[in-house]
Unconditional design. Structure first.
Length: 80
């Protein structure tokens, strides 16, 4: 896979992950500020993650999953 193709695929994956997090947060009727406080993730960073513009650690993904009471795999749903 070429460098640009790999970068495009990574960007698509980050965007899909961000959309999954946004869906969970909105389904919980929660603001980014509330999610930020509950998970210890900076609100501006969380905004970037939800927009697919920031990469997030596995540890923080687990924190988000725990906060919303879902399996971590739920955050990766639909991403291949």
């Amino acid at each position: 896979m070429g460098g640009q193709m790999a970068a495009d695929r990574a960007q698509q994956r980050l965007a899909a992950l961000g959309a999954n997090i946004t869906r969970l947060r909105e389904a919980a009727n929660e603001t980014k500020s509330a999610t930020s406080r509950a998970t210890g993730i900076d609100r501006i960073f969380l905004t970037g993650v939800e927009a697919g513009q920031r990469n997030i650690s596995i540890a923080k993904l687990f924190d988000i999953a725990d906060h919303f009471g879902v399996a971590p795999a739920t955050l990766l749903s639909g991403i291949s």
